[in-house]
Design a binder for this molecule. Structure first.
Ligand code: BDR
Ligand code: CA
Length: 314
């Protein structure tokens, strides 16, 4: 099994991703760390605790950053995820408490305790990973892989024509994470916009997993509604759960090497600008920077089949 920490801003599709990870026999979730993003961080923490309780898991939740490192804070997108982050379903409050440590401290401690075994899966803005790097720069040599949902190589953005939500919510943090010398895999809109979940699959998840299924079913109705109004589609894109599937079955994706920098100001703020490692440019931004793996292709049918099987076999 693969040991993972999920850094998250739940969030309807984050909830789906977390439940998927809890149900995946090949993944061992060591903890959830929370960030502002879809909702304020205190609500992200409450929601993460609700999910852990629902799944009856003994998994710590550590609260992380409330604001971006230095860029202006964007409003929380309650028209996408609801005021409560779960599509305004009024789910009962949590009864347990978060770990006393900050998200960054929890990440450092857990990576140090499991050298070269922990994969960090980031499903929100990247402030906690940036803070963990600041706290202990040597973790770059001790983390197995960083798999992050965010960015777009050639696909247009979903917040601006060039920026994806998780990156534009904290562009400085994203640039720190992409330029640190650790193995990063980017699961961005180039692939997540090719994966769509529909009502039929959601019904199967609901039927298979009575507790989590009900929360996922109820909250995703709001998400479907948003997608229907915005894109005219019947269903939703699977951003965060696709990122979990990458950790379970990377062979479902094709990747290309790239050196990623993030625009941190101006009209292109939040854009992931990707240089092919063989190209040489006269300006220094992409020189001597580590290569990431960029997901460019996905077998969407297989990916959805993995989600279905993971929920229904559990
Ligand atoms: C990302 O932004 C959030 O709204 C989703 O949870 C996902 O992580 C998609 O751009
Ligand atoms: Ca998310």
């Amino acid at each position: 099994t693969r040991k993972i920490i999920i850094d998250t801003d739940p969030g309807i599709d984050d909830a789906m991703a977390i439940m998927l990870a809890f149900n995946a026999p090949s993944l061992d979730v060591l903890g959830l760390t929370t960030t502002f993003g879809n909702v304020p961080v205190s609500l992200a923490t409450s929601n993460a605790l609700k999910l852990v309780e629902l799944a009856q898991k003994n998994v710590p939740v550590a609260e992380g950053v409330a604001t971006p490192l230095s860029a202006p804070q964007l409003p929380h997108p309650d028209f996408v995820h609801g005021k409560d982050g779960f599509g305004n379903i009024d789910w009962p409050a949590e009864t347990t408490k978060a770990d006393g440590r900050s998200a960054a401290r929890f990440i450092v401690d857990t990576v140090r305790a499991n050298p070269n075994e922990v994969t960090l899966i980031a499903l929100g803005p990247l402030g906690n990973l940036a803070k963990a790097l600041e706290l202990d720069p040597e973790i770059v040599n001790l983390v197995d892989e960083v798999i992050l949902m965010g960015g777009a190589a050639v696909e247009p953005g979903n917040v601006t024509p060039v920026a994806e939500a998780n990156i534009i919510n904290d562009p400085h943090a994203a640039d720190i994470v992409f330029t640190a010398d650790w193995p990063v895999t980017m699961v961005g809109l180039d692939v997540t916009h090719k994966v769509m979940m529909d009502e039929a699959l959601l019904q199967k998840i609901r039927a298979a997993d009575t507790k989590a299924g009900e929360l996922l079913y109820q909250s995703t109705q709001f998400y479907f509604d948003f997608y229907n109004k915005t894109f005219g589609i019947n269903g939703c894109f699977v951003h965060d759960a696709s990122t979990i599937v990458y950790a379970m079955a990377p062979e479902v994706f094709t990747t290309e090497p790239g050196i990623v920098r993030v625009a941190t100001e101006g009209v292109a703020i939040g854009q992931t600008i990707i240089a092919h490692p063989d190209k040489h440019y006269p300006l220094p931004h992409w020189q001597d920077k580590p290569q990431s793996k960029i997901c460019m292709g996905v077998d969407s049918e297989r990916l959805l089949a993995i989600i279905e099987a993971t929920f229904t076999d559990a």
